[in-house]
Ligand binder design. Structure first.
Ligand code: SAM
Length: 450
């Protein structure tokens, strides 16, 4: 956990104990649950179980406050699809309900793409039942449950309560609220939910919270920053059925995102997947070095044995080459790739070699889902344009379009690809200029020889 979050935790916890936070007025105290085995479980002496007080609303009702957490079913029910049982702020509920085309049908790939079966050493897993092309939709699912990623203190704590006990109280109170939510689920969904994996059996999490912490996905479009929370603390955990069976791989072959109109979590292939391959996702930032990844994965009870983890001395430097997010890529990464912008000489300033080397590093380490991979494709497209190479300009525009589709479902039109986002025009100008330059040079040579 980063130090600033720890400070925030202590501050909130002290405020909570001093009674300075009046929770009844809607102030939210946010704490994250501990990981691993805790010795001090259950409610401390003198504290009784808390009665759930989260109100349940019909999504069509405007009666709830923006900063109030409510239990509701979203999106408003349609005949075709079951709704998701959600605990969201009133603000978030309104954002969802007012999304244009909310409640559109969840797309289903035909023929279907996967089955769920045993994954040796990992429990169950998802496997491809046919070849799947990069960019293709693999699965789209209405979640079973959506809840805030952070837990909220629902009552003031006596001054004798230690921080660890406080966390246990918060988890117990949260579990009680979730019990109410599960009662709202259709019986088949409740059974599916309770059958999901739980790697948090020994840290004081109740059974429902344990499943959330094992299987919950976050998404950037499901964040309520209106409560003064950051993207991290204001996010939501999205728990699906089949997608919860996707195991982690540091070189994962899918991307995932939440599609608000169909209110579905979706996964697409980020590279071609062969029939019989395991379909995998990521539980941590996969460009991080091996040691950091393993520390994070341990929280999910995952000891990753993927190709990158089995050979970190080879994979770590390659991952660092790709890591523009954490600034581990070479300092001149962006500059060297943009040299052609001010200097059109060929081939020095429009040299594609460094970019192709970055591309190979991404492909070798299976990091096609990363933003650095998309950046490299886009830079290659522009650099080929600056070289007047229309064929390769278009080829990289097409690869970039597939990346966009896979990462957020956004369809890039054929016209955009054909024009390579305006870059084929650049390539044509370069070709014309170069033609003129050649003609001028030829003229000069003729004049000089007279
Ligand atoms: C979200 S579930 C994934 C599906 C799970 N295998 C199941 O049977 O339902 C997460 C759990 O799967 C297991 N898991 C996921 N990825 C793994 C991996 N790469 N290696 C070993 N176990 C893994 C861990 O037990 C983890 O807590």
């Amino acid at each position: 956990m980063p130090p600033d979050e720890r400070t925030l935790e202590n501050l909130l916890f002290n405020l909570l104990k001093s009674g300075a936070l009046n929770l009844d007025e809607g102030t939210k105290a946010v704490l994250r649950a501990p990981c691993g085995v805790v010795s001090d479980r259950g409610l401390p002496d003198g504290m009784e179980p808390h009665e759930p007080n989260c109100r349940h609303f019909d999504p069509a009702s405007p009666e709830y406050g923006d900063d109030e957490f409510i239990i509701t079913q979203l999106p408003p029910a349609t005949a075709a699809e079951a709704s998701t049982v959600c605990m969201v702020s009133g603000r978030m509920a309104r954002i969802i309900v007012n999304t244009p085309d909310i409640g559109t049908a969840v797309p289903r790939p035909t023929p279907s793409t996967y089955c769920i079966k045993e994954a040796p050493g990992k429990g169950l897993g998802m496997y491809a039942t046919r070849d799947i092309r990069a960019g293709e939709l693999i699965v789209a699912e209405r979640p079973l449950l959506i809840v805030p990623v952070s837990m909220y203190a629902r009552r003031p704590y006596p001054s004798t309560v230690t921080k660890e006990q406080g966390l246990q109280v918060m988890m117990a109170d949260t579990e009680r609220e979730y019990e109410v939510m599960l009662e709202k689920m259709a019986p088949a969904n409740r059974a599916a939910y309770m059958a999901l994996a739980n790697s948090h059996r020994f840290d004081g999490s109740g059974p429902i919270l344990g499943v959330i912490r094992t299987n919950g996905f976050g998404d950037e479009c499901m964040v309520d920053s209106g409560l003064g929370l950051s993207n991290e603390t204001g996010g939501f955990s999205i728990i699906c059925n089949d997608m919860s069976r996707m195991n982690h791989d540091c070189a994962h072959n899918t991307t995932r995102y939440f599609d608000m109109p169909s209110f579905s979590m979706q996964a697409r292939a980020i590279r071609d997947i062969k029939i019989g391959d395991e379909i995998t996702t990521n539980y941590c930032h996969t460009l991080e070095p091996f040691a950091t990844r393993h520390e994070i994965l341990a929280r999910y009870d995952v000891k990753c044995t993927c190709a990158l983890c089995t050979n970190p001395s080879e994979s770590d430097p390659l991952l660092a080459q790709c890591d523009i997010v954490h600034g581990r890529a070479p300092p001149n990464f962006e500059k060297r790739n943009r040299a052609w912008f001010t200097d059109f000489s060929v081939p020095n300033s429009t040299d594609v070699k460094p970019l192709l080397s970055d591309l190979v590093a991404h492909i070798k380490t299976g990091q096609e889902a990363s933003g650095g991979y998309a950046f490299t494709l886009f830079e290659l497209m522009k650099t080929y344009a600056a070289r007047g190479d229309i064929k390769n300009t278009r080829a990289y525009a097409r690869k970039y379009a597939v990346w966009q589709l896979a990462t957020n479902g956004k369809v890039i039109t054929d016209q955009q690809i054909e024009s390579a986002f305006g870059m084929t025009a650049v390539a044509e100008v370069v070709l014309r200029l170069r033609g003129k330059t050649k003609a001028k040079m030829a003229n000069r040579t003729v004049k000089a020889s007279k």
